[in-house]
Structures are given as C-alpha cells and as structure tokens.
Design a protein around this ligand. Structure first.
Ligand code: HEM
Length: 402
C-alpha cells in the first residue's frame, strides 16, 4: 500500500475518532462506526487498486512501443513492378483552406514500394552523389540534400534499424536478411546490419526506400532563441526538394522552415507545435500536398515557388501553345508521414514524391480534371502567388477541360 493511501486512512480514522468522542462513545455507535469504517476501507482499496492499474497501463503503453511495434504484416505475393501506385490527388473542388490536413495512418501503409522504385532510388542516389545529369557538375548537391548533426546520430541508427526491418518484414519478395546483412533483392545489393556511420546509413536508406526523410529534435541549446522551443530539422535526406534549398532550412525550427508559407504564423504555427509536442511513438499521421511544375526535375531550389522570383516580378500566364503536357508540365504531390521514434524520441517526417506528366492526370478522367480546376480556382491571391498558378494556371485549366 502506498504512503498516500496510509495517510488517507489515518485521516479517516482520526475523523471518526473525533466524531465518536464528540458523541460520547457508546457500543451501538461503536459497531456502526466499525461497519462504516470497513466499508470505506474496502471502497478505498478498490479505488486505489483501479487507479494503480491505470498508472501501470499508461506506463506499459509507453513501454510497449519499441522497434517491434514497427513490424508490418508480410505481403507474400508482392510484385514490386506490378502493384498499382497510390493516387495522390489531395485537391478539392473548393476554396483553399490552410489547415494541418492530417489523418491517422496504419503502420502497414507507411513506406511503400511501387513501380517507380528503381527510378526514384537511382535519381536520388545520383543527386546525393553529385552525379545527376540534370544539374551542373560543379553544383554541390550533396551539401544541399544530406544532413547530419552529432546529436541526431543515435536517431539515424534507430531509424535505419526500424526501416530495414520494416521493409524486410513487409516485402519478403524484395528483401532478405541474415546475421550480418540485409539483402535488397530488387537491386541485388547488401547492407551491413550493424553499420553505425551516419553518412553511410543515410546513403543505405536512399538506396532502399523511395521516401526522403527528415529527423527533427528539440534543441536544449537554443531554447532562448526565437522559436527555440520548437522541433528542429537535425538530419536526414531531403533530395527531392520542391522549390527551396534544404541547406537553408537545416538546423532550424519548424517556424523558420515554414516562413514562406502564406499565413503560416497566424493559421498553422500554434496547432502544428501542439501536434508535434503530443505525437507519441507508434503513432502515424499523414498529410499530402500538391503543386504543378513546368519541368521534370526532382530536386528544385530555384523554381516552383513564388518566393524564388524577383521581388516585384509580375507573374504572367504561360502561352498554351508553348506547353507540352506529356513531357514538361508535371503534377507533383508529396505524401508525408510523421511518427516518433520509440527509443531516441526524435520525430521522423518521411516524404514520398509523386511526379506525373499532366497528361497522365488528364487520363484519370473528367472528375479528377474538374476537381483540379476547381482547386486552382479556389486559390486566394497569396497562395496563387506562392504556387505560381498565375503562370501555369490558365493554360492548365484549358488543357484539363478540353
Ligand atoms: C503536420 C506537419 C506539417 C504541416 C501541417 C505542414 C504544412 C505545410 C504547408 C501547408 C506547406 C505549404 C505547401 C503545402 O501545402 O505543403 C508546407 C511547406 C513546407 N513544409 Fe511543411 N508541414 C508540416 C511538417 C513539415 C516538416 C516536419 C518539415 C520538415 C522540414 C516541413 C517542411 C516544409 C518545407 C521545407 C516547406 C516548403 C516551404 C517553402 O515554400 O519554402 N514541413 N508545410
């Protein structure tokens, strides 16, 4: 019995003693009070047992989420190049609203292999190794896409362990494992299970999952700086950046990272920070965005967004006849998932990028086309400016409705 319970019982006994003394103690009062006392005692014991059970179940719940909580069910007949990809079409035929737009996600749906697997891994590997043909040879892409701080290393090790086990368990036709190595059966490469070099681990992750991943942690040394109590971008691979240089956002808090997003401070900041503080290990939430780009590049730091344009630049509609919707004009959508690592408690943000020629979106039919047109029409001025829809919007709407 804990000290609180003993103290409470003493208080009750004392109370009864006082009452009895006051009433000039006699036998019948004495028997009644014994019965009452026993009754109260039993109730008290029952309450304290239930509440101690509650405390135990809370700590068991917290304990329960270890790396084994991240093991999905195997898909024994999985064929990576035949599976139907997710349709990431989060647009609505309605006025634009800036909200968190998050939904719970099942562990099983977290990391995906789709027929784009080899292509995306190849693009990403070239980008982080400064050998992608789309970018100038002297551009240091690795410096802008691969990030490590000393404090994030244990989380990178934990994330690698969780991810490789996840892939091995979910996709037995694509991954294998022995005492020392994971084997990727699609690329025929192997990866050391107990590797601890953070740069190698991040390269290994690039070669095994299509998703980019950002690791966020609190930073005790920065609590007195503006937004210093928020989560900071401390490590990860941001190879498919859509309109900003990830290096500029590295080691910065969430509010700084979202600075160019219209109305972030007034509409999103508070709920986002609250959400990040409450996210628990073993929980998964997802959100998706969409944008349009006039080229097919995966890493973009100088286009796509209005804030890359000179200050007084006036966006002018592109000429429909100059555009190629099979080759250049692309629909882009990020399927983002957030979870918290059980051991190091860092938050991981995985980003899966869909990049489709707009002709493919059009082939998905009238409902999708009309919905996309409705969403473009629903952008308020500052969002249209941010997404540069004043340039690509008119021609795209004409294309989708033709
Ligand atoms: C619940 C979590 C989050 C919400 C609700 C959120 C919301 C948003 C929104 C509304 C935008 C504007 C474009 C879009 O619709 O996606 C945006 C952009 C962006 N977000 Fe987030 N975000 C979240 C988490 C994160 C995290 C963890 C990172 C980590 C680095 C991040 C990095 C960015 C970046 C780099 C941009 C582009 C900003 C720019 O235009 O330069 N976001 N986010």
């Amino acid at each position: 019995m804990d000290l609180d319970v003993i103290n409470k019982l003493n208080e009750i006994l004392l109370h009864f003693k006082l009452v009895l003394n006051f009433n000039n103690f006699n036998l019948s009062i004495h028997s009644c009070s014994i019965i009452a006392l026993s009754f109260i005692f039993i109730i008290y014991i029952l309450i304290s047992i239930t509440s101690s059970k509650k405390v135990a179940s809370i700590s068991v719940n917290e304990e329960k989420f270890n790396k084994n909580s991240y093991i999905p069910k195997p898909i024994y007949d999985f064929q990576w190049d035949k599976v139907v990809p997710v349709k990431s079409y989060p647009f609505k035929n309605a006025p634009y609203k800036l909200t968190m737009g998050i939904k719970n996600l099942n562990l099983q749906e977290w990391l995906l292999i789709e027929p784009t697997y080899l292509n995306r891994i190849e693009n990403k590997t070239k980008i982080i190794n400064n050998s992608h043909a789309d970018y100038p040879k002297d551009k240091d892409m690795r410096n802008s896409t691969l990030f490590v701080t000393p404090e994030v290393i244990p989380s990178i090790i934990e994330f690698y362990d969780i991810v490789m086990n996840y892939m091995y368990n979910k996709y037995p036709t694509c991954f294998n494992k022995d005492e020392h190595y994971y084997y990727n059966l699609i690329t025929s490469k192997k990866y050391k299970i107990d590797e601890t070099d953070p740069n190698k681990l991040q390269e290994y992750l690039v070669e095994n999952i299509e998703e980019d991943f950002i690791i966020l942690m609190k930073d005790e040394t920065k609590v007195n700086e503006p937004n210093g109590q928020e989560y900071f971008f401390k490590g990860g691979v941001f190879a498919f950046a859509a309109g900003f240089n990830p290096r500029d956002r590295f080691n910065k808090p969430l509010s700084f990272i979202h600075h160019p997003v219209p109305n972030y401070e007034t509409k999103l900041k508070f709920s986002m920070n609250k959400f990040f503080d409450r996210l628990k290990p073993g929980e998964f939430v997802t959100r998706s965005n969409f944008s349009i780009q006039t080229h097919s590049k995966f890493y973009v730091d100088d286009a796509n967004k209005g804030h890359n344009l000179p200050k007084d630049f006036v966006q002018k509609p592109l000429d429909y006849d100059d555009l190629n919707f099979e080759k250049n004009q692309h629909y882009r959508s990020e399927r983002q998932v957030l979870t918290k690592l059980p051991k190091t408690k860092a938050i991981v943000f995985t980003i899966r990028t869909y990049l489709l020629p707009l002709s493919q979106v059009k082939n998905d039919g009238k409902e999708v086309c009309e919905r996309l047109v409705g969403a473009i029409d629903g952008f308020p001025e500052e969002v249209a400016q941010y997404k540069r829809s004043q340039e690509w919007g008119p021609a795209l709407k004409k294309y989708l409705l033709s």
